[in-house]
Structures are given as C-alpha cells and as structure tokens.
Ligand binder design. Sequence first.
Ligand SMILES: Nc1nc2c(ncn2[C@@H]2O[C@H](COP(=O)(O)OP(=O)(O)OP(=O)(O)O)[C@@H](O)[C@H]2O)c(=O)[nH]1
Ligand SMILES: [Mg+2]
Length: 303
Amino acid sequence: MTTHRFGHVALMGPPNAGKSTLLNHILGQKVAIVSEKPQTTRNAISGILSTPEAQVVFLDTPGVHRMAGRMNRLLLEAAWGALHQADAIVLICDARLYAQKPQLFDREMCPLMDPVTRVGLPVFLAANKVDALKPKEKMLPLLLRMGQAFPLAEIFPVSAATGDGVPELLAAVSAVLPEGPAQYPEDQLSTAPVRFLAAEIVREQLFLALEKELPYSTIVEIEQWEEDEPGPVRIHACIHVGRTSHKGIVIGKGGQMLKRVGSAARQELQVLLDRPVVLELWVKVREDWTEDDAFLREMGLGE
Ligand SMILES: Nc1nc2c(ncn2[C@@H]2O[C@H](COP(=O)(O)OP(=O)(O)OP(=O)(O)O)[C@@H](O)[C@H]2O)c(=O)[nH]1
Ligand SMILES: [Mg+2]
C-alpha cells in the first residue's frame, strides 16, 4: 500500500502573482476571488485538495507588500501567519513581469528569501504566468536568477491560467508532506464558512467594477442570511465604504453600479449555493474603516 500524506502548504508571494488563481486551478473550483488589481486577497483562505494519495490544505494568502496602514499590516500578519501552520511553502511570482523587469524580481522576491528560509520548511518557487511570457528566450536567464536567489528552492515554471506545470509542482509538494490520514471529508473544498465565501463573491465584483483605489476602501459584511426551504436564499449584504464621496460612486447613477455588482454576484452565489438567491446590497459609510483596528477585526481581518 502506498503512503497517504496530509499537510498544509502556504501559497505566498507578491500581490497579483496569481496565488488565488493557482489555488482555484488546483481545486478545479473557485474558492478564492481573483482580480487584476493587486491586494485582492485579504485573509488566509484554505483550499483542500483530496486525492487517493494525499490531502493537501493550501493556504492562499494576501500578497506580501510594503504598503503602510493598519489594514495592510493585518494583511501581512495573515500572510506570514500562514507559515506557522505550514509543512511546505510555495512562493509564487509573476514570471511574465520579472522577465520584462528583472530588477523587480530583486526588489519584490529577494526580501522574502531570508524570512522564508528561516522557517526551515521545504520551499518551492512557482514561476507563474509562463503562458504570457514573451519573448520565451527571457525565461532561461530569469530561471537562473531565481536559482541564484533561492538556492534551496525547487523551481517550477507554471501557468495557473492554463495549468501547465501545475501537476509537476503538485507532485513535488505532496511528496514532502508528512504521512497521515485525511483530516477533512473528501468533498470539503475549504474550511472557510460559506458566509465568508459569499461576502468574498460580492467583494470580487466590486474589485472588477470599481476603478483605481476605490475597491480598497470597500469591505463586505453579510448582515442577514435567511434560508427557508423551499425557496431562495435571501442574503442582505452591506458594503462599507470609507468616505461619503465613495458611497455615490458605488451606488452609481440611478443605482446602475450597485445593480451590476449585485446581479453578477447573485449569479455566482447561485452556483456556490446551488440554489436560487435573492441578494440585497446596501452601502454604508464608515469613515476611514481601513484604519479602525476594532472594526477590521470585527470584519475578520487579523486574528
Ligand atoms: N496570463 C496569466 N495570467 C494569470 C495567471 N495567473 C494569474 N493571472 C492573472 O493575474 C491576476 C492576479 O491574479 P490573482 O490570482 O488575483 O493574484 P494573487 O496573487 O492572488 O493576488 P493578491 O490576492 O492581490 O495578492 C489576475 O488578473 C489573473 O487572471 C497565469 O498563469 N497567466
Ligand atoms: Mg489573491
């Protein structure tokens, strides 16, 4: 009989590297929200992969960055906190970006080398977005640079978008996990409560619909959740914004923006819950909530 393995794997890296996209690809289902804007993920979100050989709990984390402010500090805490639970680390970086701008690799990735290796866990480096890397000749020098910067890491060129290279990465990561039985039912995809996932789905639509800095000053709270079978799930969600002037933008002219966000989120929620959903969205102003520690913790940011 082959050995069954169980363990936690932290997915870490700079903002926008493709950590959440990779997690969703690995699970074959969406657990973590994705956007082209950096700092999309705000919590350590688990995704559970169950195969006959292993159960792997991946921890998607907020991007490691250098921005100031209370919320950003809590995001960093969540990112580094994931290491305490981990048996292995996958560092993900945007190889497309670094092939064009190698100096950014030095600036964003090299500072991670020390803290990550100090933990003493196996480290894998996923050079992501290779599907979009051009010209291809830039790949080799980048891989060499990565090898020099992270001599102890095994490097895997991958594409979270197409799945290229992901099976190889998964096999290598699973192989270093401790032996042990599965800890979760085979069909469980995440330990995140469904209400959290629902709030995230609304937040993803805000990230996709709103421009510039505005998505960063929104946070979604599920205020009510009524589920009477049969019939739709009724969800009331409140979008908190940091300034009065933001409220009007999130609502949009004649409520158009809020309608668009609500309708797209409702469709996704119906897929998540596999039931009809009635979604009501409210916008409330909470001045400077990103600096309000108590509120941030109430909203589940930082533990
Ligand atoms: N072409 C290409 N795009 C990708 C790939 N992986 C991710 N992306 C895109 O990169 C952007 C960022 O992806 P995310 O998965 O949100 O990145 P993240 O690392 O989780 O970002 P944060 O949560 O902000 O730290 C999105 O627009 C993705 O569609 C890839 O393999 N190829
Ligand atoms: Mg993310």
